[in-house]
Design a protein around this ligand. Sequence first.
Ligand code: C2E
Ligand code: CA
Ligand code: CA
Ligand code: CA
Length: 275
Amino acid sequence: AKRALQGKAVVFNAALEQEMTASSQLDKALRRSDHEAEFSVKFQPQYDLVKSKVTGFEALARWDSPELGSVTPDLFIPAAERAGLIRGLTQTLLSKALREMASWPTDITLSFNLSAHDLMSPQAMDSLLDTVRQSGLPASRIEFEITETAMMSDFNQARRAIDQISAAGHSIALDDFGVGYSSLQYLQQLPVSKLKIDRSFVSQMLEDSSSFKIVRTMLALSQSLDLGCVIEGVETEAQVHILRTLGARHVQGYLIGAPMDADQIDPILSTPMPL
Ligand code: C2E
Ligand code: CA
Ligand code: CA
Ligand code: CA
């Protein structure tokens, strides 16, 4: 839509009109939504190839809208950011995730995604960190995932937020690593303890030698910087096999498990998964 307004070459066409209508419908439904009732959290297992067990879960938001049905987070998170609703939503999602986590074994961790907008508000960060404190769960069991795009708008404020998170005792994972731009600079300057290698590299790894080399290089980078590394989007045993030979330890993806309801966590923790 923006392009149409600025555009010289872009013609306002039916597809674009449809897209705009869809996005304004989405915005409207989002504004009217009841966060507590319509949003939920699924949990995707993270697996340790050395311990041969699931060691944690990433919380992934879901929206079941009475008007639109189920909407993917790739759509509603950016929409919530546009509408200025993300901070409240993040707060609701974190509370829900922590409530579930209260019944997990004490060695199981939670990874929680933050939006760039959460980082931009010191008060929002305070209140998120407060919510964790009030849950009584140790900060060391809760990791926050941030993307590097989160740092591009206002690096100094992002830095303050990240320092705040780290001072509270949480670890920080850099999400979608390799997709953005100045990753290496951020790594040097921020108290990041883990990289999450984006699925796009892993999914091409066996067919495309440059993806393979990128994964290998990012793993070597994380090892030499003494950072943890999670490989995202692992779907096949063949991928696990190769990743193991490259020294990868933590994997996440449909092969281990898709994002699941809280009540599926117990069974997955008690079923041995020979990988
Ligand atoms: P992400 O943080 O990179 O999360 C990983 C996404 O990849 C998830 O999509 C997950 O379901 C999907 N995935 C995991 N394993 C596989 C696999 O083996 N194959 C394939 N094809 N996909 C896999 P999802 O749940 O649709 O979330 C999309 C994005 O929405 C997330 O990407 C994250 O950026 C954002 N998001 C989700 N929940 C939240 C949230 O609570 N807060 C914020 N700020 N963002 C969120
Ligand atoms: Ca993530
Ligand atoms: Ca990711
Ligand atoms: Ca992603």
